[in-house]
Design a protein around this ligand. Sequence first.
Ligand code: C5P
Length: 230
Amino acid sequence: PEFWAVIPAAGVGSRMRADRPKQYLELSGRTILEHTLDCFLDHPRLKRLVVSLAVDDPFWPTLACAGDIRIERVDGGRERADSVLNALLRLEELGAQSHDWVLVHDAARPNLSSFDLDRLLSELANDPVGGLLAVPAKDTLKRARADGRVAETVDRSVIWQAYTPQMFRFGALYRALADALVADVAITDEASALEWAGQAPRLIEGRADNLKVTRPEDLDWLRQRWSAKR
Ligand code: C5P
């Protein structure tokens, strides 16, 4: 099977309170999105990359990678799942087969290590379903009541945080996402679409620093880390 990558990058990122979508904020001299794409462009196994962008995105054409022939651009949709489905439609046009693997990775996770990416590929190569990078919960977890008080403490030993990339067979992912969208179920990652279709994706433990830039302090933390690395 071939390996394809999809980067949904059509979100607005309102929790960052910035003047532009978070994937276009600067990290170490380049945009977050460029760093994210690099994680995949450097990988020898990946056949092609599809990035989903907002229809009127004014920032993409200014990036050096906008002309890269290894990258296909498609329009994003209302929800992340719509953006991913549009990218899968393009993969079909590019010749993706049902048993090919698709890796879906958040545009806002620029700190993916090649170690984690290789680990995901090798651990899942013979898996019937596929799976995702994830991190075991480390804090004690509370379920909240509507009034902001603790209802109960949750058993953290069975709780994981879902990260990306998430890797599934093209055919199964396409069907699960399309069916879930028609049924109007809330889908916040690819694994939840597969779960809804009755599958049990595998959890592959990844590094916690493959974080999704969501709040201003996430970007502060990455900037400090990256400047210390140089
Ligand atoms: O908002 P959140 O951080 O959950 O978004 C995760 C990823 O999905 C981001 O890379 C964002 O750009 C993308 N997204 C998208 N289309 C949407 C909403 C989010 O491609 N409609």
